[in-house]
Design a binder for this molecule. Structure first.
Ligand SMILES: [Mg+2]
Length: 232
């Protein structure tokens, strides 16, 4: 069995490792309309900070279909995954952000490190996104937005997964979350963990420094600098 990791490093996906463009939102809205029989209210498609499960619940509240949330969510998830699996692998919009591949390769080579994905996506769609850029092999473990409705719960789930399945016995303040939004910073700080914030997310993700990011970079391209932060 592998040695117990000393360090837990959790990566957000969208805006941190890759960007997907408008396609994902269109497919999300299509799947919602098919699963619940109503158009997704446009104002409810404010995705930042919410998990996919949380967004569907918010859309149900706005479209007065809350009573059908529990029964409709599995149908939504299945349809959204089908649409993503069909369109995402060859779509023109998505791209990998700079420096991601060499950074993940360097971190994977560190025996002390356990890498984890902490993503608001459904696990199935997160894997479709990661696979397109050959990143799925770095993230055998992850906590996803089909299990949690808010990021605080999702990030807490990452620490629990580290303890329960990886034998990690460290303290929260030794864990790094890497993300692109104020919601990432706040959820990490709320756990007493640290957050490396990157400026590669979509515009309007808020003031990352004011939120209390422990470190901030324009992107992840300066591999040795990122490693110095995460492995200090
Ligand atoms: Mg993000």
């Amino acid at each position: 069995m592998a040695a117990k990791p000393r360090r837990l490093i959790v990566f957000d996906i969208d805006g941190t490792l890759l960007l997907s463009g408008p396609l994902v939102r269109q497919l999300f809205a299509q799947a919602f309309a098919e699963a619940f029989g109503v158009e997704a209210p446009h104002e409810g498609l404010a995705f930042a900070g919410r998990t996919d499960r949380g967004i569907v619940r918010a859309l149900c509240e706005l479209s007065r279909t809350t009573a059908r949330f529990e029964s409709g969510f599995p149908a939504f998830a299945q349809r959204y995954s089908e649409l993503m699996g069909r369109h995402y692998p060859r779509a023109a919009g998505p791209f990998l952000l700079p420096g991601v591949l060499p950074l993940l390769e360097a971190l994977q080579a560190e025996d002390s490190v356990a890498l984890m994905a902490g993503s608001v996506n459904l696990e199935s769609t997160a894997r479709i996104k990661l696979r397109r850029f050959a990143l799925d092999g770095f993230f055998a473990r992850g906590v996803y937005g089909n299990e949690h409705e808010d990021r605080a719960g999702l990030f807490a789930g990452c620490l629990a997964l580290g303890r329960d399945e990886l034998g990690w016995e460290g303290r929260a303040e030794e864990v790094w979350f890497v993300g692109d939004t104020v919601a990432d910073v706040e959820a990490a700080k709320g756990l007493g963990a640290r957050c490396l914030a990157v400026d590669t997310g979509p515009p309007g993700t808020g003031d990352l420094d004011a939120a209390g990011a422990d470190a901030r970079l324009v992107d992840l391209s300066a591999t040795s600098r990122v490693l110095a932060i995460l492995l200090a």
